[in-house]
Design a protein. Sequence first.
Length: 437
Amino acid sequence: MLACMLAVAEAAVGGAEATRPLGVATWNLNWLLGADSHARWVVACSRNAWPADTRATLAGLPYCNVHNGMTYPPERCRTARDGWPDAQRYPDDHPCRDTADLASWPRYVQKVAALKAMFRRLHDQGVGLVALQEVFDATAVRAILPPGWSVTTTRELSSAPAIAQHVGVAWRRGVKARDFAAVDTLADSGRAQHPLRPGLAFTVDVGGAPVRVLVVHLKAGCRSRDLDVPAAADGAREMSRREAALASDCATLRYQLPALEDWIDANAHVDFAVLGDFNRTLLREAIADTAGHTTRVDGSAAGDPVGPCTLASDGGRLQARCPARTRAIFPEINDTQPAGAVIWRARFADLGRGGTIRKGSSGDCSIAGPHGDLGHDGIDHVLIGESLKRRLGAGALTMRVVNYLDDDGSPLRAQPDRALPSDHCPHVVKWAPVRSP
């Protein structure tokens, strides 16, 4: 009798699991440090008088200008006071200050407290799985987690490079996450001394069936330019310093693209998803090649091999040398080669024409500051494969931003004397199974 009752109970639990929705978020935490890593960072930078170039002295700690609270880009504020914009730290009353300098731990605790409050809100809204970017390690994340949550980051995996920013995943009690692995091919920048952020792959049960998930934080600096033709003046004249930097960033992102596609192709035969900060406005890119638009610049098809690539320096900028020249990321990974490589993008319900995000819309991460909005829009994404899409409800493809709130519940406004929680807002979807696996 007891065995029969247990079998019935297990069947009931299994049935409930097969239909239980899972709130999923992706969230960039803006150089999140723990108390120990923050202390080591301050000591290292102070010892070297807060230098501008710290790669040789910090050994995997953040740059010394991180968390200085100053306006970015510097052109937003014009002054010559206190060596602006070439110094790394500035007085509290500097006219170009947006938020508080967080080089002291008591001030940094304000950031931690704001992130902890947001995590509690996500938990209360039914979110049970959060893909994380820009975290130093799992210890830093644990300081902001609600009770009953767990975390893994790429720093704890043996193959992780010695860098200050890692990706991770946090999940609440009852969510079955396992089989964590670093995707080191995404950390390969083509330059051994400058590793990028690795990906984090793991498995989570959704509706009683496994889903393979990849968390990414791709190379920044090439949000919307054509990957292989990033600058209008390319080759026409000597490039400006800004154009050369943009071209180099696009070349590095282009170099990463084959590694991203390889992971998707290797998992195309199972339910899969890719979440994170792509540093790319994917919602503005074409879905696939059409009669009127081709992704490739060289006339080849998006289903043809996109790599591997090499990276070379040419006249002060980097160039990706690949077997194909392409404009965009999404049509390349959504190329139906192999058969399961069909991807759906989560979108905002009120997304504007051409993939634009309007102010005040559900996709607007708004943090008003003294010199402009500090929130990033349009580069955080949730992608799911065709087979997973078929067994989830419409909420899996409807994304919303959760904005930060002030103590009185009003939208957070950045001020020179308060900590910035992050320059990214959580982006949330709901994975609700509508069909048993």
